[in-house]
Design a protein around this ligand. Structure first.
Ligand SMILES: NC(=O)c1ccc[n+]([C@@H]2O[C@H](COP(=O)([O-])OP(=O)(O)OC[C@H]3O[C@@H](n4cnc5c(N)ncnc54)[C@H](O)[C@@H]3O)[C@@H](O)[C@H]2O)c1
Length: 328
C-alpha cells in the first residue's frame, strides 16, 4: 500500500510520514518547501525522510492544479501497490498571520484541498484525510469542544479556510462516495516544531536568555497535544470509511503561562516576560472532547506535557547552533 502525504516536510507531515514508513507503508510525499517559515527546518525534516527507501518526494504546489496533477500523474505508483489514500496536511498555518495574507490561506487551504480531492475522485483513490483545526470552534462553543458543535462562527481567515475545506470535502463524499476523515488538531507541539508557535519560541527565548513575548495575559488555555500522538491518530484514521470528523487533542488544557513555567523549570532559567495586547484572532481557550477518537479509532493521547516538553527541549539543544539563528 502507498499513501500520498502533502505537506510532508512540515512539522506534522514529517511525523505522519515517519509513522507510515515505520509500519512498512510506502509514502509519496509532496511539499512546495515555501518560506512561510525558515525552510531550513523543512529541509532538516525532509532529509530524514529521504533516508528511507520507501519514501519518494516531489516538490509541488498543491494550489497550482495543472502542475500538481502532472506531478501526481508521474509519481503515482502503478499496479497492485497503487495509492490507497491522500493525507492532506499541506496548508498555510497560523491564525494571526492569516490576517496579513488571507488570499494565500484560501489559495492553499481551500483550492489546494479541492485540487487534491478532485484528483482523488477522478483517479479512484478511495480515501482522503484532511487536516483541520480546533480553530473552527471559534470563541463561543461550549467546552470541551464536541465535533457536532456549531462551527459557523470562525474568528480568523485561517479558521474560515479550514471550515471551507471541511464542507467542501463533505460535498465530495456525498457526490462521489470517497471516504473522508476530517481531523481537527489541537495545538500540536514537539521536536522540530513550527517556529511561529509558542512552544518553539518559548524554548528558544528561555534557552537563549531572551525576553518572552506573550499576547494577552498568558491565561488563555490551549489543549497542547504531542506530535507523535497526532501522527498515530492520523494514521489510524486511514481505517475509517464514510464521512467522519474527529478531534485529536490531549483533553488536558493548560494555560500559556503554565507551559512557560514548565519550560523554564526544565531549562533551569527564569525568563523576563513582556505581555503584549491580546490578538483578536486568539480564542480564550481550547479543549477537545475526544470520546469520538476513542470510540472510532481507539486513540488515546499518551504523552504527558512534561515529557513532550522535555523531548522538544532536547531537540532544540541538539540543534541549537542553527536554530538560534532562524527568524522567528
Ligand atoms: N501545528 C498545529 O498545532 C496544527 C493545529 C491544527 C491544525 N494544523 C494543520 O495541520 C497541518 C500541518 O500543520 P503543521 O503545523 O505541520 O504546519 P507546517 O507549516 O509545518 O506544515 C505544512 C507543510 O505544508 C507545506 N505547504 C504549504 N503550502 C503548500 C502548497 N501550496 N503546496 C505544497 N505544500 C505546501 C509547507 O511547506 C509545510 O511543509 C496543516 O494543515 C495545519 O493547518 C496544525
Amino acid at each position: 500500500m502507498a499513501v500520498l502525504v502533502t505537506g510532508c516536510a512540515g512539522f506534522i507531515g514529517w511525523k505522519v510520514c515517519e509513522t507510515l514508513l515505520r509500519e512498512g507503508t510506502r509514502v509519496v510525499g509532496v511539499d512546495d518547501l515555501n518560506d512561510h517559515y525558515d525552510p531550513r527546518l523543512k529541509q532538516w525534516r525532509l532529509d530524514r525522510l529521504k533516508q528511507d527507501g520507501n519514501f519518494t518526494f516531489a516538490r509541488a504546489d498543491v494550489s497550482r492544479r495543472d502542475e500538481l496533477w502532472e506531478v501526481l500523474r508521474t509519481l503515482r505508483p502503478q499496479g497492485e501497490e497503487d495509492l490507497e489514500a491522500i493525507i492532506n496536511l499541506a496548508a498555510r498555518p497560523g491564525v494571526r498571520q492569516s490576517i496579513v495574507d488571507p488570499f494565500k490561506y484560501f489559495q492553499t487551504n481551500v483550492i489546494g484541498a479541492l485540487n487534491l480531492i478532485e484528483w482523488a475522485c477522478r483517479e479512484g483513490i478511495p480515501r482522503y484525510v484532511l487536516a483541520s483545526s480546533s480553530s473552527v470552534y471559534g470563541e463561543s462553543c461550549p467546552r470541551p469542544f464536541r465535533e457536532d458543535a456549531r462551527t459557523d462562527e470562525p474568528v480568523s481567515p485561517y479558521a474560515a479556510s479550514k471550515k471551507a475545506a471541511e464542507v467542501l470535502c463533505h460535498a465530495y463524499h456525498y457526490l462521489y462516495g470517497i471516504d473522508v476523515t476530517v481531523l481537527r488538531y489541537f495545538t500540536v507541539y514537539g521536536p522540530a516544531g513550527r517556529p511561529d508557535m509558542a512552544m518553539f519560541r518559548f524554548i528558544r527565548w528561555v534557552a537563549e536568555g531572551e525576553t518572552i513575548r506573550i499576547y494577552g495575559d498568558g491565561e488563555q488555555e490551549r489543549d497542547f497535544t504531542y506530535v507523535d500522538d497526532i501522527a498515530s491518530g492520523t494514521v489510524k484514521a486511514l481505517e475509517l470509511s464514510g464521512f467522519n470528523v474527529i478531534n485529536l487533542g490531549s483533553d488536558r488544557p493548560v494555560t500559556v503561562n503554565e507551559v512557560l513555567r514548565v519550560i523554564s523549570a526544565q531549562l533551569g532559567k527564569e525568563p523576563a516576560v513582556s505581555f503584549l495586547p491580546p490578538e483578536k484572532t486568539d480564542v480564550r481557550a481550547t479543549w477537545a472532547n475526544i470520546s469520538r477518537a476513542r470510540s472510532l479509532i481507539a486513540w488515546e493521547p499518551e504523552t504527558a506535557l512534561e515529557d513532550g516538553v522535555r523531548a522538544a527541549i532536547d531537540w532544540y539543544l541538539e540543534n541549537r547552533s542553527w536554530l538560534k539563528e532562524i527568524n522567528i
